[in-house]
Design a protein around this ligand. Sequence first.
Ligand code: UDP
Ligand code: MG
Length: 322
Amino acid sequence: MRDRPLLTIIVPCYNEEEVLHETMKQLGTILRDMKDKLVIAEASDLLFVDDGSRDRTWEIIADAMSRHDFVSGVKLSRNFGHQNALLAGMQAAEGRADCIISIDSDLQDDVGVIPDFIEKYRAGYEVVYGIRDERKTDTRFKRGSAHLFYSMMGKFGIHLIPDHADYRLLGSLALQEMNLFPENNIFLRGIVPLIGFKSEKVYYHRKERFAGESKYPLKKMLAFAADGLTSFSVAPIRLVTGLGALMFVVAIVIGIYTFIQHLNGTAEAGWSSLMLSIWVIGGVQMMSLGVVGEYIGRIYSEVKQRPRFIVEQNSYLKDGEK
Ligand code: UDP
Ligand code: MG
C-alpha cells in the first residue's frame, strides 16, 4: 500500500461561471473528506485551469484562491482548447503532486468515485481510467457519433479505451512521461495507453451537465476527431494510395472497353462512360489531395514547434518565477 499521496485534481474551465461554485463545493467536500480519513496528504488541492474564458471564470477562481488554500489556479493567456488546458495543468502539477486526477468542470463525471481512483493508486496502479458505464444522458447523436468514432479509430489501428474520456488518474511517473510527448496536436486519451504502466479502470455513471452549455459544438468535435485520427495513424494516406491503385485498374478496363467500342465504330456511345470516369477520377484526386494536404498541414504545425499553451498566471509560482 502506498503512503498518503499528495493529490491534485485538475479542472480545465472555459466559460464555466455557471457551474464553478458548485464544482468547487463538491470537489472541496470530497477532498476534505479524504484528508480527514487520512487517505491523501493535507496539501492536496484543486487546480483550476482557466482556458482563456471570457466570462467571470477567473474572478471566481481568484476569489476562491484568496479564501481557501486548497484552491490553486493557472490562467492561460487565451483559449487553447480543452486538451492543452489539461496539459497546462499537468505540467504545473508535475514535481509537486504524487498523483493527479483530471476531471471536467461541468460535474458530468461522477465526483463520487474519486476515492476509488485513489484506492487503486494506493494499491499500486499508476494509471486509472474513468469509464462511463452508460451514456443515457448524452444525446442520441453524441452517443452514436462517439461509437462511430471508436470503431473508426479501431479500424485505423488506434486503440482507445472505449467510453473513457479525460477523467483519469495519473501517478507522478506516468505524469512525467506524459509531459515528455512533444507533439502539438495532442490527443491525450490516445497517448495515455501508449505510455504503459500498470493500469486499472473505475466505472461511473455520466450525468447531465450541471449548468451551462457544452463547450464542444459539432465543429470542435469534428476537429477533435480529425486530430485524433491524423496524429496517430497514417492509415488514411495508405487508403488513398489503395484507392489510386484501384482507379488505375478501372482506368485500364475502361481503356480496353473504349478501344473495342472504337473498333466497332460506335465511339460516340462511349461519351457517357467517358464523362463518368472523368468525374470519378477527378473526385478521387481531389479527395486524395485533401487527405495529403491534411497531413502536410499537420507536419507544418508540428515543425513550427510553437508552445501549446501560454500561461499568464500560475498560483504555484511566486511573482516573476517562470
Ligand atoms: N473546455 C476547455 N477549453 C475549451 C473547451 C472546453 O477547457 O476550449 C473544458 C470545459 O470547461 C469542460 C471540459 O473542457 O470543463 C469539457 O467540455 P464540455 O463539458 O463543454 O464538453 P462535453 O462534455 O460537452 O463534451
Ligand atoms: Mg461536459
